[in-house]
Design a protein. Structure first.
Length: 362
C-alpha cells in the first residue's frame, strides 16, 4: 500500500490554459481521499496526472517513495475505475476481470483465485458468465470495481464512478464503496462533483476550484469551519446564506448588525474580530439554513417557497431584497407570502472578509 504526494504540481496545456496551479497534497496511506469541486475545477486532471494519463507540466509526483513523473501508467501499481465502466462488450464478466492479469502473464490458477475472491467481495459470483449487455448499471459498476480489485494495486483511483447510476443505487453504492475501502484497507482517491458523496465517503476531502486547492480536511471540520466563502457555499445543501453585516462593539460586547438587527457574537469570535481590527468594518456573515431559529425579534422575511421533506421543511424567503433559506420543524406550518421572523445561532455563524473572502475566525 502507499501514500500519494503532490509537490507544486502544475498542468498547462499547449494552448496556454492553466488547469492546475502549483498544488500540494499529501494523501495518506490507506485513507479515502475525495477530490471534489464544480466542473472545470481541475479534479479529474489531478486524478489523471496521478494515474499517468496526463503529463505533469511542473512539480513532483510520488507514489510511496518513488517519484513517478516519468513512470508509465502500467508501472505505477495503480488501478483506475472510470465513469463509463470501460468494459469489453464481447467478453464475459470473468474475462473482463481477468484480462489485465492475463496480459501480465499470471498463471491460470492465480487468475482464477483473484477473480473468484473479488467476485465474492462484490457479490457478483452468479454474473461471471454473463456479458456486460446483460447487466444493470449497478452490476456493471461492480464488475469495473472487480477488475480493479484483482490487480491488488497500491492505490485505487476512481473518476465519478457513480454518476451514471440512479439516485437510489448511488446511495447503495456509496455504502458499498465505503465498506470496500474498509475491507481492502488500501488507499482510495476518488473524484466527484457531488458534495454528498464527498461528505459521506471521504476520510478527508480536498475541495478544488479554478485549478487551486481551497481546503483539505475531514468532512466535519470542513462543514463546521470552512476556510473561505467558496467552501462555505459549496458544502451544504441548501447552500449557506450570506449577508452583509457590520461588526460593532457596545458595552464591551461585539455584535454583527444585519438588517438593523444585532446578533451577539460569542466570546471566541468577539475576541478574534477585535484582535484583527474588524470592529466598525463590513463583513460577509454566513449562516446555514439548519442553524436558523424562528424568533419574533429576528430578521423579517417574506415566504416565497416551502419544501416539505417529511422530517424537515425548508422555507425560501426574501429579506431586504436578498434570498435566504431557513430550515424549520415540519410541524410548523407557513404559507407563501406570509411574513416570518428568524435569527441564526450566533455560535454557528461564520464571518468572511469582503475582499479576500477568507474566514476571519479560522
Amino acid at each position: 500500500m502507499a501514500n500519494v504526494k503532490l509537490e507544486k504540481i502544475n498542468k498547462v496545456y499547449p494552448n496556454g490554459f492553466k488547469a492546475i496551479e502549483s498544488i500540494d497534497l499529501d494523501i495518506v496511506d490507506k485513507e479515502f481521499m475525495v477530490l471534489v469541486g464544480p466542473s472545470g475545477c481541475g479534479k479529474t486532471t489531478t486524478l489523471r496526472m496521478i494515474a499517468g494519463l496526463e503529463e505533469i507540466t511542473g512539480g513532483k509526483m510520488f507514489i510511496g517513495d518513488v517519484q513517478v513523473n516519468d513512470v508509465a501508467p502500467k508501472d505505477r501499481d495503480i488501478a483506475m475505475v472510470f465513469q463509463n465502466y470501460a468494459l469489453y462488450p464481447h467478453m464475459t464478466v470473468y474475462d473482463n476481470m481477468a484480462f489485465g492479469l492475463k496480459l501480465r502473464k499470471f498463471s491460470k490458477k492465480e487468475i482464477d483465485e483473484r477473480v473468484t475472491h473479488a467476485a465474492d467481495i462484490l457479490g457478483i459470483e452468479p454474473l461471471l458468465s454473463r456479458k456486460p449487455k446483460q447487466l444493470s448499471g449497478g452490476q456493471r459498476q461492480r464488475v469495473a470495481l472487480g477488475r480493479a480489485i484483482v490487480r491488488n494495486p497500491k492505490v485505487f483511483l476512481m473518476d465519478e464512478p457513480l454518476s451514471n447510476l440512479d439516485a437510489k443505487l448511488r446511495v447503495e453504492m456509496r455504502a458499498e464503496l465505503s465498506k470496500l475501502h474498509h475491507d481492502l484497507d488500501t488507499t482510495f482517491v476518488y473524484v466527484t462533483h457531488d458534495q454528498t458523496e464527498a461528505m459521506t465517503m471521504g476520510t478527508r476531502i480536498c475541495i478544488m476550484y479554478d485549478g487551486y486547492i481551497q481546503q483539505v480536511d475531514d468532512p466535519q471540520t470542513i462543514y463546521d469551519s470552512p476556510a473561505n466563502k467558496f467552501v462555505a457555499e459549496f458544502i451544504g445543501s441548501p447552500q449557506m446564506n450570506l449577508m452583509d453585516a457590520l461588526l460593532v462593539e457596545e458595552n464591551g460586547k461585539v455584535y454583527a448588525k444585519v438588517y438593523d438587527r444585532l446578533l451577539e457574537l460569542n466570546e471566541d469570535k468577539a475576541k478574534i474580530v477585535k484582535e484583527k481590527g474588524y470592529i466598525g468594518k463590513e463583513v460577509l456573515l454566513g449562516a446555514r439554513p439548519e442553524h436558523a431559529i424562528l424568533d419574533p425579534d429576528g430578521i423579517k422575511a417574506k415566504v416565497e417557497v416551502t419544501e416539505l421533506l417529511g422530517s424537515e421543511t425548508y422555507v425560501y424567503t426574501k429579506a431586504e431584497g436578498r434570498s435566504m433559506v431557513v430550515r424549520i420543524d415540519p410541524d410548523i406550518k407557513v404559507s407563501v407570502d406570509e411574513e416570518i421572523s428568524f435569527k441564526f445561532r450566533s455560535e454557528k455563524v461564520h464571518l468572511f472578509d469582503k475582499e479576500t473572502e477568507l474566514n476571519i475566525c479560522k
